[in-house]
Design a protein around this ligand. Structure first.
Ligand SMILES: *Cc1c(COP(=O)(O)O)cnc(C)c1O
Length: 402
């Protein structure tokens, strides 16, 4: 009997997250390999023409083409769905491919979206620039206030779209309240959960309909590949997302899927340790810099809410210096260990100046409106010894007079 340990629900149903992260979705070939096989194939062959026809008709199980299915990619999708507590998941070539697909697959001209104002720069480009081009209106709200979502709803509102914690302002959204408002009105709530991952926060436990990921960040976790994912009900994935992605092709490569499968095996370990490290670094910086935005610190205005929704505050936070871009760039240039890098979720500590990198494409007034000032720096704390990160920051702060 071929053993499919990661697939049989009678075996997997009681698995806890750490087990799911290592074994979920695994399917073995006849060789019994322990590590997941990497299927670098674009196509599949059939025993007879009738089989090909049956598969295309959906009457026979099996793969037809890697834009549509791939065994390695499918293992990753099953694993992410399991961790998320979702019925189904489909992966994408990048986080932005996932965000684009999850919005366009369910919207059409005349529809309306309510989106969180504080968001990743490219997500703001989707809501501010792409959707309006196709006749889809967007209202941007302060997502920290659930009432703001309520007030922005129109009869044609189809989607709430937001991230929590938000990049890079660390705004926290009350998932239960906002997703509850969406549910009541038949609006689909879509949560970009890249910062937390299911290891720290499962939005569906709070009523979210759909979650979307940049798996490039904590899921890979070692800065290697781009990847994205969308999770939802079987009905949403099969009948709404798949018609869009199967025909437009934002498909994840099997190789990248394999790398993320390996990343998930250590996700819980990494995000737990990195969150501890980020808290230590945050505690060091508190009082040393004028403003620190770290949901794990009691000084964060939404600390209690964050701790209600999240197992830990995550690896990312922001600080704001009074000396504008000059002081912020000066601090970056004085770093010896922490890299100047706009990536996040890496096992390396990385720091960036959002106003001149991740959010440079936005008009200044829009940046300021969402709280990104010239003195803001965003830090991703890695797996190094946190004391070495603290020593590096200490030296860099002195170099800019702090
Ligand atoms: C990085 C990021 C994205 C985009 O993901 P890519 O994998 O870089 O395409 C989307 N949302 C958030 C919150 C992110 O941090």
């Amino acid at each position: 009997m071929k053993r499919k340990a990661g697939q049989d629900p009678s075996i997997t149903a009681h698995w806890r997250p750490a087990t799911q992260a290592i074994r979920g979705g695994s399917a073995r070939t006849e060789y019994g390999e322990t590590s997941e096989a990497l299927f670098l194939t674009s196509g599949y062959s059939y025993d007879c023409a009738g089989d090909a026809a049956a598969r295309f008709a959906g009457e026979q199980q099996g793969m037809t083409y890697s834009r549509l299915q791939n065994p390695t990619v499918e293992m990753l999708e099953k694993r992410i769905a399991m961790l998320e507590g979702a019925e189904a998941c489909r992966t994408m070539a990048s986080g932005m491919a996932a965000m684009t697909a999850v919005l366009l697959c369910q919207l059409q001209a005349g529809d309306h979206v309510v989106a969180g104002r504080a968001a990743f720069g490219s997500c703001r480009w989707l809501t501010d620039t792409l959707l309006p081009k196709f006749g889809i209106a967007t209202s941007l709200v302060d997502a920290r206030d659930p009432q703001a979502f309520q007030d922005a709803v129109r009869p044609e509102t189809k989607v709430f779209f937001f991230e929590t914690p938000a990049n890079p302002t660390m705004d926290v959204v009350d998932l239960a309240a906002v997703c509850g408002i969406a549910r009541e009105r038949g609006i689909t709530s879509v949560v970009d959960n890249a910062f937390a991952t299911p290891a720290l926060q499962r939005p569906m436990d709070f009523g979210a309909d759909v979650t979307a990921y940049s798996a490039t960040k904590m899921m890979d976790g070692q800065g290697r590949v781009l990847a994205g994912a969308v999770c939802g009900t079987e009905d949403f994935i099969t009948n709404t997302l798949l018609p869009f992605t199967r025909n437009t092709g934002p498909t994840l490569s099997a190789f990248n899927a394999w790398v993320v499968l390996k990343g998930l095996e250590t996700l819980d370990l990494r995000i737990t340790r990195q969150s501890e490290n980020a808290l230590k670094v945050g505690q060091f910086l508190e009082g040393r810099v004028p403003t620190i935005l770290h949901p794990g610190l009691a000084s964060h205005p939404q600390h209690e809410l964050a701790m209600r929704q999240m197992k830990a505050a995550g690896t990312i936070f922001a600080i704001i210096l009074d000396g504008g871009r000059e002081q912020a760039h000066g601090l970056l240039d004085a770093l010896q260990l922490v890299d100047i890098s706009n990536n996040i979720g890496d096992s390396r500590s990385l720091m960036t100046h959002p106003a001149s990198t991740t959010h440079a494409g936005m008009a200044e007034d829009k940046r300021l409106e969402m709280g990104i000032t010239e003195g803001m720096l965003r830090l991703n704390v890695g797996l190094e010894d946190p004391q070495d990160v603290i020593d590096d920051l200490d030296r860099a702060l002195r170099a800019v007079g702090l």
